[in-house]
Design a protein around this ligand. Structure first.
Ligand code: 5RP
Length: 284
């Protein structure tokens, strides 16, 4: 058994391991990571933004970023169609949702109540004059609209790039319909290229990390980031998510995990995918 701290004194992993020891197989996994992956990994500076920029399947070059922003606006606009009179609406978090929030005043008269998935979204809604209700006060939602970091045609998602996954999963679970709005760079054949966000309670961070390494993931602590619930995020690289339903359930069994960013047990009902040619709909 070797001391992880001694081997990786200058890496983030020392912080995950503390004084614990690891068997050779685990050390090998970390060695693989440091030699093969670290050259490619961004410094995780507390933001999902950096992770997102580096790992999106079709990496967006500077000169096409306008196009992606426009696609996000197009997906957001298409989702307005799903808002009907008297609706209790749940609103997700992220840049695609921000495009939606800007459009929400145009359908204000249809919305009975709005519930938010994050402090950031609440602030934006309040700036536009919306009174944000709690989920406890309104009961179930008629509709939940949110973005995603990755989505498959089976409507399984990875979410949590913005760190709001727990409240997002609660709102998705409470909604009769979940409409997910994405640009086409996020549609993938298999989930897992985007590092899987997992919210953990801080005292369980190292323990959970070791369990995830056993599952052949490479967890990286999202430094300088605290969730709205006062917890930490581990971004887990290199997981082969061939069976999202099974992996979501398996990861959920690890004590100390608050929420895993696989949305498969409660997938989206509708995917609105903004492409160059328009917005494609999967589901109903
Ligand atoms: C936040 C999320 C977001 O939905 C996801 O990160 C997509 O964000 P964006 O629309 O900015 O690409 O899960 O926790």
């Amino acid at each position: 058994m070797l001391s992880l701290r001694r081997l990786f004194r200058n890496t983030k992993y020392a912080r995950l391991g503390g004084h614990i020891s690891f068997p050779a197989s685990v050390i090998e996994a970390f060695q693989w990571h440091t030699t093969e992956l670290s050259a490619k990994l961004p410094v995780i500076d507390g933001g999902a933004a950096e992770t997102r920029r580096s790992f999106r399947q079709n990496e967006v070059k500077a000169d096409t970023q306008m196009d992606q922003a426009q696609k996000k606006r197009n997906a957001a606009k298409a989702s307005l169609e799903y808002i009907q009179d008297g609706y209790i609406l749940g609103i997700g978090t992220g840049s695609t949702v921000n495009a939606l929030i800007e459009l929400l005043p145009s359908v204000r008269n249809k919305i009975d109540a709005v519930v938010s998935s994050s402090v950031a979204t609440t602030e934006k809604l309040e700036q536009l004059g919306f009174e944000v209700a709690t989920l406890n006060a309104v009961g179930d939602l008629d509709l939940y609209i949110d973005g995603a970091d990755e989505a498959t045609k089976h409507m399984h998602l990875i979410k949590g790039g913005g760190g709001a996954l727990t409240r997002e999963k609660v709102l998705a679970g409470a909604a009769r319909k979940f409409v997910c709005i994405i640009d086409d760079s996020k549609l993938v054949g298999m989930l897992g290229r985007f590092p899987l966000p997992i919210e953990v309670i801080p005292m369980a961070q190292s323990f959970v990390s070791r369990r995830l390494v056993r599952m052949r993931g490479q967890p990286i602590w999202r430094e300088n980031f605290v969730t709205d619930n006062g917890n930490h995020i581990l971004d887990v690289h290199n997981l082969q998510i061939t069976n999202p339903l099974e992996l979501e359930s398996r990861i959920n069994q690890i004590p100390g995990i608050v929420c895993v960013g696989i949305f498969a047990n409660r997938p989206a009902d509708v995917l609105l995918i903004a492409e160059d040619s328009g917005v494609r709909t999967i589901g109903a």
